[in-house]
Design a protein around this ligand. Structure first.
Ligand code: UDX
Length: 448
């Protein structure tokens, strides 16, 4: 395609791993359709992505990796989500305006967690598609937040005022509303709630809401959204940047090849979940007790205070039955025939990736939308089981052992997961609902 006619789109993820990955997946799809993509990371994440990118020459021609500062100082923690939410708009807005003007960009695909960017439609006249990194249900819940406050279920600081089940799709307890359990301090929680209420008012500026989901799975939630287009499940690119912040350990794939079909527990808690030392030990002992082989992702910042010696001793105990690595190619792992189930924090990407590969879940949510995703898995699709805490708030080794056995012995759960996988695969095949929606998006973005 001649450069002059090549449709050009800016993609703007929130600077966190679970946001960069799906927007990168969507970008690869658009590049395949002939688009030129300017993918704008923060400088901090941009550097990380390039550091871990195994084949730096594999970036497809249409994909341009750009970066701008995030507004934090050199001594600040650039992974502090709460802080980033506060500083990004002021740091980025005018830089984005300049970039859009100088490159004559007509379209931006902005992450829903960057909804403040919708103002760019007013200031530089760019057209904006919003991308939801969470489920359509959570997007609908977000739009319903003023009503929950009006009804007295929550107040404007995120305090729960009436303990009840929020009967949207899927049902969750009021304390599990994502913006209520997000934020390490009262002040941050108040900021998050206020931020959602404020940016909700900009939603009319979005020409379309793209969701990494599919119609057959979230029919009810999607019906609540007038302008939503489900294009998922998005699939990881075979080559080029996936947006990983950590290098993938590919040895896990050869290890999986040596395991029996349907035997391995895959254990991974996304990019930001943190376990305290005692919970970490309980999990380690629970996995050992389960008697099943397991592949466990332990990121460098997953827990504090575990020494190298501990890993050596633990490996002796599990006698090669368990493999611990710091980051894996998750979609390839989930598609491996040896995988029996996914012990997960239920981040939306992990949830939809597990659905795409027909894997039953052991649910262990940490924060934000993950409780809602757990409710989908356990109460609606019925393809998962919840790991329950004891009175001290600990998921014990016994609970882990029992639930692993229960899940692996449950044929109905596996059958439902396989059926959901079939529907997911159909939706992204030629003629499927998500495939058709992707073409609708492509046609819209071609209006340059
Ligand atoms: C968070 C929220 O949990 C999620 O619901 C929200 O929509 C985005 O931000 P995160 O905690 O990172 O995300 O979890 P998740 O949404 O599951 O995303 C993690 C991503 O990292 C997935 O795409 C997963 O495939 C990938 N991953 C994880 C790897 O590639 N390798 C690993 O070893 C672990």
């Amino acid at each position: 395609m001649a450069a002059a006619t090549q449709p050009h789109v800016m993609v703007l993820p929130f600077p966190a791993q679970g946001h960069v990955i799906p927007l990168m997946e969507l970008s690869h799809r658009l590049v395949e359709k002939g688009f030129k993509i300017d993918f704008v990371n923060t400088e901090f994440n941009h550097d990380h992505i390039f550091k871990v990118l195994a084949d730096k020459g594999a970036i497809p021609g249409g994909l341009h990796m750009l970066s701008i500062p995030d507004g934090l100082g050199p001594a600040d923690d650039h992974t502090d989500i709460g802080k980033l939410v506060q500083v990004l708009p002021a740091a980025m807005f005018s830089l984005l305006e300049k970039m859009i003007r100088s490159k004559k960009i007509k379209w931006v695909i902005a992450d829903v967690s960057m909804s403040w960017a919708l103002e760019l439609a007013n200031t530089v006249g760019v057209r904006i598609v919003l991308f939801s990194t969470y489920s359509a249900a959570v997007f609908a819940l977000r739009m319903n937040l003023p009503k929950l406050i009006e009804d007295g279920v929550l107040d404007e600081t995120g305090d729960v005022k009436r303990h009840e089940m929020v009967q949207l799709m899927p049902p969750i307890d009021a304390t599990e509303v994502p913006w209520v359990n997000l934020g390490s301090t009262q002040e941050r929680r108040r900021f998050n709630i206020q931020n959602v209420l404020k940016t909700n008012q900009l939603m009319a500026l979005a020409e379309m809401i793209i969701c990494n989901t599919f119609r057959e799975m979230e029919f009810e939630a999607l019906a609540r959204l007038s302008n939503a287009l489900p294009v998922g499940p998005l699939v990881a690119p075979a080559s080029g940047p996936k947006g990983n912040f950590l290098p993938e350990d590919l040895t896990c794939l050869t290890w999986l090849d040596t395991q029996a079909p349907g035997s391995v527990i895959y254990v991974a808690f996304g990019s930001s979940t943190i376990f305290d030392v005692s919970q970490f030990h309980e999990l380690a002992n629970g996995l050992a007790l389960s008697g099943q082989p397991f592949l466990w992702v332990v990121r460098p910042n997953f827990t504090n205070g575990i020494q190298e010696d501990w890993f050596k001793a633990y490996n002796d105990i599990v006698e090669g039955k368990g493999l611990i690595v710091s980051w894996v190619p998750q979609q390839r792992v989930l598609s491996h025939p040896s995988i029996a189930c996914f012990m997960s924090h239920c981040g939306w990407n992990s949830t939809i990736e597990g659905v795409l590969h027909g894997v039953p879940f052991l649910c262990w949510p940490y924060f934000s939308d993950q409780f809602c995703n757990q409710s989908y898995l356990c109460n609606v699709w019925k393809t998962g089981m919840k790991l329950c805490q004891d009175k001290r708030g600990v998921v014990t080794r016994k609970e882990i052992k029992n639930k692993v056995a229960q899940l692996l012995g449950d044929k109905d759960i596996k059958e439902r997961a396989v059926r959901l996988k079939a529907a997911a695969c159909e939706s992204i095949q030629e003629g499927g609902s998500s495939h058709q929606n992707l073409l609708k998006l492509v046609n819209l973005l071609r209006e340059q």
